[in-house]
Design a protein around this ligand. Structure first.
Ligand SMILES: Cc1cc2nc3c(=O)[nH]c(=O)nc-3n(C[C@H](O)[C@H](O)[C@H](O)COP(=O)(O)OP(=O)(O)OC[C@H]3O[C@@H](n4cnc5c(N)ncnc54)[C@H](O)[C@@H]3O)c2cc1C
Length: 376
């Protein structure tokens, strides 16, 4: 049986372990903190899955396959940890990302409902329509319960026979499929998968065009009169070049969360986990023009999480050396694709002749490689 060593127990490493275990590998997952690592990019209450992708039609199409991969995973874990909410896309400036998304979605045959500003305010009483120029709603899309998914996936991998090892890796040698560990030991396998999240540039210095950015999220409790409407709310995406925000509605016992869609300055994934008051205020200021009476919402928490940003936000999934595969550059939009990319790693590992096709597909630039999705 071929062996695989996966560095990283975030959604990417665990998904790679899932794909490789299904493909017949004997897998070990190694992480400095076993899942969920509270400092990792995957460890949060929620992550969004939606088709709206601006002009990036490749990633928009990948989302349909991503849904299928989640269903395959949920079939195995026995828990469906995705809450459908639908999407409300908003724009103050008009045109731009919203118009590109609408055009791409319509061309692909999705139903998109354009909403005039007055209809937005009437349907969603917790929103202010002043300054709103365009909006559309769509039914598909929802919230992945990220922290619970990591725990369920880790449990499922253990049942599959995947082993977990807690250790800090100091160096990676993808040529030999080997990690040098902080305790002086080594670990190695036929295949080494490197899924180190925002720590990847530190582990592979000078190899990846990836930088960690410090993104702030704020969790809120709406005032009592708006709680029933928020409980039924879609995800909000207000994406304009110089402003805007996203909001994750409070589903399945999780709090409402808001964040900035733009890339923050470079950060240190081992830096302070709590947001400073100024960092939290900057996020609240982005949402204040749109969320009515935001000053009456109670701030529950504000913290930092790090993206691993790659050029043009294109994922990096490619062979490295004779025995390595690297998964990186998820640029703040990778979680939704975790299980699908895990299946992609398995295709690249078992069919080297398809590895280039996997790389181009993961970058959003090509159709999926043959043999990607399991038959249901
Ligand atoms: C605020 C925020 C909001 C986001 N929203 C969305 C969203 O709505 N939808 C979406 O699809 N995506 C979203 N993303 C992106 C998504 O969460 C990430 O792309 C994804 O979680 C990355 O997973 P990962 O496994 O690569 O990294 P991580 O989860 O960070 O896992 C990396 C793991 O590697 C381990 N590790 C690293 N180096 C070493 C070492 N040297 N030795 C041992 N262990 C090591 C770490 O301990 C960690 O557990 C968001 C990200 C953030 C930060």
């Amino acid at each position: 049986m071929p062996t695989a060593l996966v560095l990283g127990a975030g959604i990417m490493g665990l998904s790679a372990a899932w794909g490789l275990s299904r493909a017949g590998f004997s897998v070990t997952v190694l992480d400095r903190a076993l899942p969920p690592n509270p400092r990792g990019a995957s460890a949060d209450n929620h992550r969004l899955i939606r088709h709206a992708y601006g002009a990036e039609a490749g990633y928009m199409r990948m989302v349909s396959d991503a849904f299928a991969a989640w269903e395959a995973l949920f079939d195995e874990t026995g828990e469906r940890l995705l809450v459908p909410t639908g999407v409300l896309a908003l724009s103050a400036a008009g045109g731009g990302w919203l118009a590109e998304s609408r055009a791409a979605l319509l061309a692909e045959g999705f139903a998109v409902e354009d909403l005039p500003p007055a209809a937005v305010a009437a349907r969603f009483p917790f929103l202010r329509a002043e300054g709103l120029s365009e909006a559309f709603a769509m039914r598909e899309g929802g919230v992945l319960l990220a922290r619970r998914i990591l725990a369920a996936l880790a449990r499922r991998l253990a049942v599959r026979g995947v082993s977990f090892r807690r250790a800090e890796a100091r160096e990676a040698d993808p040529e030999r499929g080997r990690l040098t560990l902080a305790d002086g030991g080594t670990a190695e396998a036929d295949l080494l998968v490197l899924a180190a999240g925002p720590w990847a540039p530190r582990l592979l210095p000078g190899i990846l065009p990836v930088r960690p950015t410090r993104q702030i999220v704020v969790e809120l409790e709406p005032p009592p009169e708006h709680r029933p409407a928020w409980a039924q709310a879609p995800m909000l995406l207000e994406i304009d070049p110089g402003a805007g925000f996203y909001a994750v509605p409070p589903v399945a016992g999780t709090p409402l969360k808001i964040g900035d869609h733009r890339f923050a300055p470079d950060g240190d994934p081992d830096g302070p986990p709590a947001a400073s008051p100024a960092e939290a205020d900057a996020i609240l200021a982005l949402a204040a023009p749109r969320i009515a009476g935001l000053q009456r919402y109670r701030v529950l928490a504000a913290r930092a999480c790090h993206y691993d940003v790659a050029p043009e936000e294109r994922f990096i999934l490619r062979p490295l050396g004779a025995r390595g595969v690297v998964m990186s550059g998820f640029s703040g939009h990778g979680f939704k694709f975790g299980p699908l990319l895990g299946l992609g790693v398995a295709v690249a590992a078992t069919r080297p002749d398809r590895a280039d096709a996997v790389t181009a597909w993961a970058a959003g630039l090509a159709p999926p490689p043959p043999g990607l999705l399991p038959r249901r």
